[in-house]
Design a protein around this ligand. Structure first.
Ligand code: 26W
Length: 827
């Protein structure tokens, strides 16, 4: 009973200080009399990790003993950000750590800045996965995330002196090491590629397919603990790193080909070296397909290993295991499980397929055609020959069933998992639908489009029940409690307790303060202080002076045509040109504005990169125009990431979520801004719609073409050309005339302007421009009445309970996973 002799860590000031000093000496190997911030950060992180580990072990022990159904969240991306501050809050030890590091002569907030972001994701999908892991841990669900341990996260964005995006590698696991991961040297699986399929006779005398030959690499596990809030429970994300097989290729070694066999070993590590930096755009690279298979192969081997340890029969697998596919990226798990069950475990096809389709569920995050994964059949045949056969068989049996109820050739072609193009393609989304028991979209409108457009024919075959909506949610721990301490404290004071942090519907209780002048003043002062903090960051890092009393208007997200940052900057130019025309008297009526942009473009996305260039060029001109006199500032915050979001989100008066209706599946930053009392200027798209329904239409600025009208307009434009809005025309002319960056620069923007004219304005910037400007005017007018604005801001936060990741995770557990929490004994 050695376990009972373990002494739990103590959280008094002296013990914490002693633990940190001990780690500086014994883990970091530094002299405690000569320390820098980085070393103290690392020692502090290690001491916090010790405390997390206690909870991690307790949780795993409890779950092991109870052996309940477990859920595995398979995601190629986890956009976690920093861990230390989050862990200090969850363990409720931030104050004592602040004092302890003060005793050592350091400031805790400075130390927190030493940590590098774990940026193993592109944007919305990866951050959503991180929020759900936080919620699952907080709610004590027996849920693990599985992902890849990329050595390079999303690239670091630098804006060069010409205003263009430059990408720099994000080697986040630098020589300092990562205190937040536990290497599991003993947890390794082999993953196979290439080779061929042979027929073999098994012990029962049956003939089975067997995948032979090819290359093999090893997957090694690294565990990242995910603390829950106000629970002893601690979650886990298991990340796989590719390693060379321990067995050295002695054949080539003995042939004297020593250097080649060493090179092969290095090649194995390349597999998980870099995160693909594309968001909502497929680039069908071979290495990416190998990453996807490597990921699902290792994860399934681990899941099955654990299942076998629980002494259950295969038929019980779906009662013990739920697997959620975060978009189509892990969809190969479907044919892989079928292969394991049929080829290796010897089940017959139908019994295996019954198990497979009761285990998997699939979340769709986009309807954009260019983002839907399709893999060429020849490539798949080459890399995964047995899986390709299995996909053909899955398709054959599926089409045979469809044919029984409807033999229309057109329909069979439309629902086929194999697209009959040249070369043929595997439609991964269709494979995911056919292999899953439930498919969900991520906001009401999006789930509707999933049913009526994307998977229409599948709804016809399966019936509508298989397709559900689970509106996205965000964790209030990171996005309010941690990022906005002043607002957190005011809310806690007003509501009388911290209960809201895990029961976000409690925020409704703020409604009664919405008209309270004293409360409004406190509320708006906190907003001002958050703007002061952001203004300080901008001054220090970009040397641009912005007045915190201006209206802060923010759009931060990946740069994409469908998100229409282009429309935003065109609106800024319109505003600039109007300011130039005003008299001194008229100027006094103007609400000063700071327009802030941030976000990365995919490295190969030319149009998006031109938008970044345009924003920076406009900023150059506007910010240096003495006649504008601070009434308008434009700021591009480089390298937008989770840690910057934590400073930016609490500082918005307005944030823009202005995608063409029907294109943004949900959005999650919209939720973060509103939770922090920022108003939305947005289109009738994604989760904006449900946010409006929750907070009331008076508290949101909405405009633009509705989703069901978009196709009509596109159709008209195709045949009659684009009618450019007259105000937009003026703006475009000013760009073309060289007002921004001179005549040479103007020609650079030609291709960008062409996206509005030639071949139709696909994203409806012109069609929506007038309504957009009108909505902007309304924002300016409303902001002049501080009390009215304060009321709206309070009602925004008060109405956001629904958008907690806790609610969303519970919906997944109840409606899809059939999962119950395992409460952890707190003693
Ligand atoms: C294969 C290339 C690729 C890579 C990433 C295609 C698609 C993706 C993601 C699905 C893109 C993404 O992050 N989608 C976003 O998911 C969020 C979480 O559900 C939503 O809130 C966003 O609206 C959606 O754009």
């Amino acid at each position: 009973e050695w376990k009972h002799e373990m002494i739990p860590k103590k959280n008094d000031r002296a013990s914490v200080k002693r633990d940190i000093v001990q780690h500086t000496v014994e883990t970091i190997c530094r002299n405690p009399y000569n320390l820098d911030k980085l070393a103290v950060y690392q020692a502090t992180a290690h001491s916090v990790r010790d405390r997390l580990l206690e909870d991690w072990n307790l949780t795993q022990e409890a779950v092991h003993n109870e052996n309940p159904k477990r859920c595995y969240y398979l995601s190629m991306e986890f956009l976690i950000g920093r861990a230390l501050d989050n862990a200090l809050h969850c363990l409720e030890v931030k104050d004592v750590y602040k004092e302890s590091v003060e005793d050592l002569g350091f400031n805790l907030e400075d130390l927190l800045q030493q940590e590098r972001d774990a940026a193993l994701g592109n944007g919305g999908l990866g951050r959503l996965a991180a929020c759900y892991m936080d919620a699952a841990a907080t709610l004590d669900y027996p849920t693990w995330g599985y992902g890849l341990r990329y050595q390079y996260g999303i690239f670091k964005q630098v804006i060069n002196s010409d205003g263009y995006q430059i990408e720099m590698p994000d080697y986040w696991l630098d020589s300092n090491g990562n205190p937040w991961e536990f290497p599991r040297n003993d947890i390794r699986y082999e993953v196979q590629f290439y080779g061929y399929v042979a027929t073999k006779v098994n012990e029962k005398g049956e003939s089975r397919m067997s995948w032979e030959g090819g290359d093999r690499v090893q997957a090694m596990a690294y565990d990242v603990p995910i603390p829950g809030f106000n629970t002893k429970g601690c979650g886990n994300i298991r990340l796989w790193a590719s390693k060379p097989l321990k067995t050295f290729d002695f054949a080539s070694f003995n042939d004297g080909d020593y250097d080649r066999s060493v090179a092969d070993q290095k090649n194995a590590e390349n597999l998980t070296s870099v995160l693909y930096p594309n968001d909502n755009h497929l680039v069908g690279k071979e290495l990416r397909l190998k990453q996807e298979y490597f990921f699902v192969s290792a994860s399934l081997q681990d899941i099955i290993h654990r299942f076998k340890g629980s002494n259950c029969a295969w038929k019980d697998f779906p009662d013990k295991v739920a697997v959620q596919l975060n978009d189509t990226h892990p969809t190969l798990a479907i044919p892989e499980l079928q292969r394991i069950l049929v080829d290796i475990e010897g089940l017959d096809w139908d019994a295996a397929w019954d198990i497979v389709t009761r285990v998997f569920a699939f979340t769709n995050h986009t309807v954009l055609p260019e983002a839907l994964e399709c893999w060429s059949v020849p490539m798949m045949e080459h890399i995964l020959p047995r899986h390709m056969q299995i996909v053909y068989d899955i398709n054959l049996f599926f089409l045979q069933k469809v044919e029984k109820v409807n033999s229309d050739r057109g329909l069979l072609n439309r629902v086929s998992i194999i697209e009959e193009s040249n070369p043929q393609q595997v439609r991964m989304a269709y494979l995911a639908v056919v292999g899953s028991h439930t498919v969900n979209g991520v906001a009401a409108l999006h789930s509707d489009l999933v049913k009526t457009k994307l998977f229409k024919d599948f709804v016809g075959y399966y019936g509508p029940e298989k397709f559900i909506n689970i509106t996205n949610g965000i964790t209030p721990r990171r996005w309010l409690y941690q990022a906005n301490p002043a607002l957190r404290d005011l809310i806690t004071e007003a509501l009388g307790s911290q209960h809201w942090v895990t029961h976000l519907d409690d925020l409704k209780g703020l409604t009664k303060y919405a008209d309270d002048a004293e409360f409004q003043a406190k509320w708006m002062n906190i907003k001002l202080q958050n703007k002061v903090r952001l203004a300080g960051w901008i001054k220090k890092n970009l040397d641009i002076t912005v007045d915190p009393r201006s209206l802060f208007d923010i759009q931060v997200k990946r740069i994409h045509e469908y998100k229409r940052q282009f429309m935003n900057i065109l609106g800024v130019i319109y505003r600039y040109k109007n300011l130039q025309l005003l008299s001194a008297e008229e100027r006094r009526e103007i609400t000063p504005r700071v327009v802030i942009f941030g976000g990365k473009s995919a490295p190969g996305y030319y149009v998006a990169k031109m938008v970044i260039k345009l924003i920076n060029t406009v900023a150059q001109v506007v910010n240096n125009d003495p006649l504008i006199d601070g009434l308008l500032k434009v700021v591009y915050i480089p390298d937008y990431n989770v840690s910057l979001a934590e400073i930016i989100v609490p500082a918005s008066d307005i944030s823009q979520h202005i995608s063409t209706a029907g294109t943004e599946a949900a959005g999650t930053s919209n939720m973060k801004f509103v939770l922090n009392g920022g108003l939305i200027l947005g289109t009738v798209d994604g989760a904006n719609i449900e946010i409006r329904d929750e907070i009331g239409q008076d508290n949101i600025f909405m405009f633009g073409t509705l989703a069901d009208k978009v196709d009509d307009i596109r159709h008209k434009q195709k045949y009659h050309g684009v009618e450019i809005d007259p105000n937009l025309q003026v703006v475009l002319q000013s760009i073309q005339s060289g007002e921004f960056g001179g005549p040479e620069t103007a020609s650079v923007f030609g291709p960008l302007i062409n996206t509005l004219t030639y071949g139709g304005d696909y994203y409806l910037i012109s069609a929506d421009f007038e309504q957009y400007l009108d909505a902007q005017d309304k924002v300016d007018d409303t902001y002049k009445d501080t009390a009215a604005w304060a009321k709206k801001s309070i009602l925004c936060t008060a109405g956001m309970g629904f958008f907690s990741a806790d609610r969303a995770t519970r919906e997944y557990a109840d409606k899809i996973w059939n999962l119950k929490p395992v409460s952890i004994n707190k003693n």
